[in-house]
Unconditional design. Structure first.
Length: 438
């Protein structure tokens, strides 16, 4: 097999995994990353002297692709499994919401609707026929199957929190995947979630080390202006600086609309293809992570089912991971998904802090801001794509109209939602395809 030169745009887990497999097959690989660090949404920062993800992460037992990759990289022993705990906040009360018994005790629903809600979830956990859910929205399906009260109390707030104004357009196939896959990861003793010692940076560092050993060239802070074919079948990358680089093939792992902006001036590309790429809408994510000397809640995960509150989820990270890793302090995430023009996405960190801490005080009256030690704010523009009831027709193919240019991003993961496990899986698959062809 002749040695080929590959360029990968984006240093998230899909790009890093694809680079690893291509380099292991003997090819020359270059990764171009716009940001200053690698790892995508799993990239880290320091809080209380320890590594932590800028966007919250954990693994399920069913996340076999990233688990096997961790073993390949020699850090499988660093992946530990912890007992999870889940709660739901509704009408000024925080309810435990871990399993069937908690649902039976959930007083905001009538007893009949508690049973009905449980049976619906059980059905979704057991059925494998997800294709039946592609053309109907989760909102409409739940209204019909679970009824108005169950939908209003449980599903509508979660859909609005995750998809904002698009809540009633999201395909039931997406919700089925969230419920079905999570159920498969449960064990008789309860749900366990996976987390690496020293955070997901452990996995990222292991990937980077192996890539370095294989001679992969990772370049950060690189701004790409465009890509196109040369007069032959090679791929030309033009940087914003004007520099041109030529490769045998390219894998773009950017969001679909970003990829569209890079190829829009190519004579090979039809407008209809660009329109398809741009038809996938993305929401932004805003996060506030803080450390405190105060233990605010006994639960790890808090679903906020009160539509008057300005965030989707509150996470007590140190109810999953021992606080000894964080200088004995408690670590918390507040997060939401909103359109790019939404106040919660555009406003200042100070304004966001004021809004969110006021709401947190409503949930936990004893919450004391004076005991906070560190505060960190993050904003991601393309954090969640909108999986509507027509989404199956929007998914772009891996092969693009440009010769030897391939697209691999989380908009192609369906019906599952984006996540580190699927990023690794997609990286393996696209690399395997290119190895076969080149």
């Amino acid at each position: 097999m002749s040695k080929k030169s590959f360029v990968i745009i984006g240093a998230g887990y899909t790009g890093l995994t694809a680079a690893l497999k291509l380099a292991e097959a003997g090819h020359k690989v270059t990764i171009l990353e716009r940001g200053t660090i690698i790892g995508g949404l799993a990239s880290d920062f320091k809080v209380e002297g320890a590594s932590l993800e800028r966007a919250y992460h954990h693994l399920f037992k069913t996340d076999t692709d990233i688990i096997s990759m961790a073993n390949e990289l020699g850090v499988g022993n660093k992946l530990k499994w912890h007992n999870s705990s889940v709660s739901l906040y509704y009408e000024n009360t925080l309810y435990p919401f871990k399993g069937a018994l908690d649902l039976i005790r959930f007083k905001p629903l009538s007893f009949f609707n508690r049973i009905r809600a449980g049976l619906i979830v059980l059905y979704l956990q057991k059925t494998n026929n997800w294709q039946q859910f592609q053309k109907i929205s989760a909102y409409d399906w739940m209204l019909k199957a679970a009824g108005k009260q169950v939908t209003k109390v449980i599903w509508e707030p979660l859909l609005k929190g995750k998809f904002d104004k698009h809540y009633n357009k999201v395909a039931m196939a997406w919700l089925w995947a969230r419920i079905h896959i999570r159920a498969q990861s449960r064990e008789p003793g309860g749900e366990k979630l996976g987390y690496f010692e020293d955070g997901f940076q452990t996995f990222t560092d292991a990937l980077a080390t192996k890539l370095g050993e294989l001679g992969v060239d990772i370049r950060t802070g690189v701004e790409i202006a465009s890509l196109d074919n040369t007069q032959g079948s090679k791929v030309n990358i033009t940087l914003s600086s004007g520099q041109n680089m030529t490769y045998d093939a390219c894998i773009a792992t950017t969001p679909s609309h970003v990829f569209a902006s890079l190829i829009q001036n190519s004579k090979t590309i039809r407008r209809s293809y660009l329109e398809k790429l741009n038809s996938i809408d993305y929401l932004g994510a805003r996060l506030l992570i803080f450390s405190s000397t105060q233990d605010i809640s006994p639960y790890y995960w808090h679903n906020i089912n009160d539509l008057d509150l300005p965030f989707l989820v509150f996470i007590h990270h140190t109810k999953l991971i021992d606080k000894k890793y964080y200088n004995g302090k408690f670590i918390y995430y507040i997060a939401t998904y909103v359109p790019h023009d939404h106040e919660l996405f555009t406003n200042s960190d100070k304004s966001l802090e004021r809004i969110w801490f006021t709401a947190l005080k409503q949930i936990f009256p004893d919450f004391d801001t004076k005991r906070i030690r560190e505060k960190h704010f993050f904003r991601f523009a393309n954090a969640q794509h909108i999986v509507d009831a027509n989404y199956v027709n929007k998914i772009p193919k891996t092969e693009t109209p440009l010769k030897n240019v391939y697209l691999s991003n989380f908009s192609q993961i369906y019906p599952e939602d984006r996540g580190t496990n699927y990023a690794v899986r997609e990286g393996k698959q696209i690399a395997s395809k290119l190895i076969d062809r080149h």
